[in-house]
Ligand binder design. Sequence first.
Ligand SMILES: Nc1ncnc2c1ncn2[C@@H]1O[C@H](COP(=O)(O)OP(=O)(O)OP(=O)(O)O)[C@@H](O)[C@H]1O
Ligand SMILES: [Mg+2]
Length: 492
Amino acid sequence: MLAEPGTGPLVLGIDQGTSSTKVLAVDEGGAVVAEGQAPVGQTHPAPGWVEQSAVEIWESVQMAVGHCLAGVDPARVAGVGLSTQRESLVVWDGDTGAPLGPVLGWQDRRSRDICAHLVDSGAAPEIAATSGLPVDPMFSAAKAAWTLDQIDPDRRRSRSGRVRLGTVDSWLLSRFGGEHVIELGNASRTQLLDIHARAWDPRLLDLFGVPEAALPDVVSSVGPFPAVRGIPALPDGVPVLGVAGDSHAALFANAGWRPGSTKISYGTGTSVMAATVTGEAADGLCLTIAWDTGEPVYALEGNIRSSGATIVWLSQLLGQDVDAVAELAARGASDGVHLVPAFTGLGAPWWDPAATALIEGLTPGSGPAAVARAAFEAVAFQIEDVVAAVAGCSGPVTTLLADGGGSVNPFLMQLQADTSGRCVRASHTPDLSALGAAHLAGLGASLWDMTGLETHARPATTFTPVEDDTSRKSRMAGWHSAVARCRWQDPA
Ligand SMILES: Nc1ncnc2c1ncn2[C@@H]1O[C@H](COP(=O)(O)OP(=O)(O)OP(=O)(O)O)[C@@H](O)[C@H]1O
Ligand SMILES: [Mg+2]
């Protein structure tokens, strides 16, 4: 629900997500007074390929800001915060600024062979130790290697700075100022950064064949960034005061620097993330830089490639909208049907790019309701697998802080509480990535400080588990046997 618009200063939080760009205008008390959204498409030109258009992404930002500010005086905007989908790779011409190809989406796994080759060569442990990330096609590094092999095989144009590589934050910031920069947390998801030294790592650049001249300069989460330019609804020159990866921004909005917070973003994919004080990696999880507002905060994270995307896929298959599929799932029982949505392999904690999606346990009586229920259960099962890994290294996790498009669905939230045997607090602001970006911007605009942010109201609905342990464990065991079945080795 939106607060009264008021007349004081505002900050804008822009979240460029995989399926849409969302914008929130936030007042000096931290209340959301206006919002806007614009969709972004995806194409799948070959199995396992996921592409987006860099121009469409930019236009979605222009449009969503326009929708948000339709009834608001833009002169009140003191600053902008930006959060973005991560790992997706954008490539553009350093002279003209024009994209040199499609955006390779984070789910894209066309660089699988490059990753397999690195694993076979024995480089994976070294890469993981430096970058904090397992070798996987999800990260930008192998996508950059694949892209440069296509457009600049001898790397001449990359070495001269003519070819520019970046993540979505770099791309949008380049639209503003022409400068080639990337925010530290986003950079930590490329697999080219030494996350301990917080700089591009020469050995990683060498292993992936990416010249440093093609990469942006790394800056902290509070800049300096180029000021806004080219968004019709905003005056040119409004400062960009904060940038973060979308999951990182959602954790920030939860005041996730406090120990014990584990947040779950139910988006196209799902990120389970918790700040860590040890700065040590953990099995099946990534070590990531959450943000840097003066000093770096590290987080453990597990990524699920297909959560909301599973529901979208099923809704297209059934010819119904997502809400109708959600209703179907809430009414039905899965009756032994499992859906493992390994459409582009499996992410955390399995990290298996060769896994393939399956539906198992079908009987003549299995109808759309059973498959819909199985799809929702798959979201909850996948998340619990990652939460268990987080709990295994950080200690007991009793409450999950939920946000994102799926968190508005009470059936899914209750299913998560039951599947996890943990309480789930679903934020009343599902777009927490946008809110976190606004929180970062408000720091720079002196609307609040970190202590002030901790006291912001965070309204949420709590879902408490009601399923008994025996039933929960038996459902988890059924899920794990389905996961085992979808993980087969390539004959090649
Ligand atoms: N009622 C619902 N129940 C469950 N899921 C839903 C519901 N409505 C929308 N969703 C899911 O929410 C997802 C979109 O959420 P969101 O806008 O947070 O994602 P995104 O920001 O585009 O993606 P990402 O954060 O992964 O980049 C869709 O994939 C959709 O399946
Ligand atoms: Mg999102």
